[in-house]
Design a protein around this ligand. Sequence first.
Ligand code: PGA
Length: 250
Amino acid sequence: MRRPFIAGNWKMNLRRQSAVDLAAAVAAASGEFGEVDVAVCPPSTYLASVADAVSGSPVAVGAQNMYHETDGAFTGELSAAMLLDVGCRCVVLGHSERRHVLGESNQEVNAKVLAALTAGLTPIVCVGETLAQREAEQTTDVVAEQFYGSLAGVNADQAVATVIAYEPVWAIGTGKVASPDQAEAVHSDLRKILQNQYNAEVADQIRIQYGGSVKPANARDLLSQPNIDGALVGGASLEPDSFLGIIQAA
Ligand code: PGA
């Protein structure tokens, strides 16, 4: 049985005090999470303050990116060890905004995934097609290519410590959510890919989140699909009520 995992990706939003207040509100409600794992991913500058705000609660803190090297002359970058140092337990990698706005390649995502796993940080690896790719019926191929490219060299033990997030680019921040059937079709393809790449037992343990305009009103239908094991939530994770509503649905 896979434990549902709801993560809030705050992107480049909030300021220190609003981030701390939001994190504290999520932590305060953690008595009602039941069997759901929860993480919040603030901007890097607020990671330490947010980690303080949720300390002692089961809420995990995640980063939104990292660099694959461990130390050295990489101006502006942060390593996995640095993220662990300020209380991070997971890191979002290969988010579509990093792939499409900042030009991150599968090879770069792959190097980061391997570095995160080596350091003991849970990677949340994002894959997803654009609207043009969906309309050209390339969804399966695009998602498979991103999966194989981003997880190259990840062994079975590391795979079970990895979280995949299927985020159709056309559904991110647009209010256009994938229908539960559309999302489940891709999640079930991903589960088959995991089975081929590893084996049925490993594939069965790996959590696959859905992301893209998840709200309290649509969360239950999405999360009740057999292969949807949680959500990566952007906009709706910026308010305690909507984020907690999604956790409640899970
Ligand atoms: P959204 O973002 O929920 O605002 O669509 C999801 C994401 O980018 O992870």
